[in-house]
Ligand binder design. Sequence first.
Ligand code: ADP
Length: 533
Amino acid sequence: MKKILSAILSVLLIVGVAGCSSNSSQTTQDSKDSEQQETNKYAADVVVIGAGGAGMTAAITASQNGKSVIVIETLAIVGGNTSRATGGMNATETPEQQKNEFGEKNGVEKTLESALASDNPEIKELAETVKAQWDEYNADPKGYFDTVELMELDTLVGGKGINDLKLVKLLCENSAAGIEWLKTIGADLTSVGSFGGASVMRIHRPVNEEGKTVSVGSYLVPKLKEAAQANGVTFLMETHADSLLVNENNEVIGVKATQADGTEIEVEGKAVVLATGGFGANLEMVAEYDPALEGFVTTNAPGALGDGIAMATAVGAATVDMDQIQIHPTVEQGTSALITEGLRGDGAILVNAEGVRFCDEVGTRDVVSAAEIAQTGGFAWLVVDNKMVEKSAVIQGYIKSGYMVEGETFENLATAMGVDETVFATTMNDWNRCVEEKKDPQFNRTSFAEPLNEGPYYAVKIAPGIHHTMGGLSINENAEVLDASGNAIAGLFAAGEVTGGVHGANRLGGNAVCDIIVFGRLAGTSAADYAFK
Ligand code: ADP
């Protein structure tokens, strides 16, 4: 009872000092409060740094656990890189998956074949478990086949086996619950599709009123923000977190920050959640950890500078896999706009400057990126047909943005792309035969969707760009940040791209949104529990 009272008092104090307004679009604090001006001090049970997907999820969860919460965000808008997420959220064993007919036999068998032969004991053991599940399913095939272990296996294979298996397990085991939790904040990811590195259809995407898939980030971010506001979370916008406040026992007790007008403030918290995202927009830091990436464009939001990593390491936090930086294979180079992997999952192909295919388009991001870099000019064309455009508001957006060239026929499109007409038409006809036969003898692609046979046809010129930083703060199963000896730093939690270990050497498309929801909820719960102590 005492704790509940103190939580209510804290909420009253913060609403008073921070002037939280539930209908404000940017939710800036009212820093003109007189008492506030004198002390420049704020306080809450839980302080979250970063208002991206992980931060807002943690904030909502901590608040729903009875805690007062302040979120500090350096930019004037919420969302971070999460706003830019186009694909969807991977989740396994969901009711949404079951609405689909199972046609991914080849995908499962291809994964099993290589995973059973792996020298990595974790991959091999998981593959054996999945093999038994697959055999059992085939004895009496009912419904859509996917399992927690198959998602773990895909994530581990995608991450080249260096992922932290216990974090991978948490990610996959809680993915379906994450989809259900999103429904409680009015977010419904109903359309399930194929995506690079997933053996089966597992990526869950939102659709608009016309049933067309839409970008997941721009769909989720306003819903997360509304839910945070509805749960009484206070946002301090345009407030840059500079360092963590630590007491004499090395317990984290708050955050030092600077507001847009230069005012320095202190935000005290019983627990602090770092959700500052990755460092993909910090090109110097990227080049420091992977010199081969110097000069690449980045798809990242401007706040992804690695601040959370710097703040946490300054109080003794350990990092993992910092040199594991993902380049995304389909980035429009003029604008650095990310062209979602969903296009390839839904049937698009890649052709090079000579007008021919050169890889399995739905391979993992690192493999497809490397294949592109090896082509003439280091770029490729991503080709779709009108059927795909009709079904996707996302592709329609790319056309409106002027990213795509167009042609009524294969030959017309080839001219617009500046590639040989005959060669390109042959490539397209060959591909459509592969789709019909569900066989790709050249590159062994196993997901085909529909043939590309309805004009007009469209293509966007793309090349790789810096996308995701897999490395980051070392955390445990409670989302506590660890020091170099593996001990939890009291009062410090982290979730999302600021952390490392979940994705290993390569993150699968759809696993970032899963990460922010699953680990955001975990960090919010752990921080709230800690704040009770
Ligand atoms: P995730 O996907 O892990 O949630 P995002 O990139 O979506 O990561 O969100 C991270 C958020 O953290 C962004 O909105 C970014 O602007 C914010 N941020 C980064 N550094 C700071 C900082 N020093 N102080 C406050 N906010 C920060």
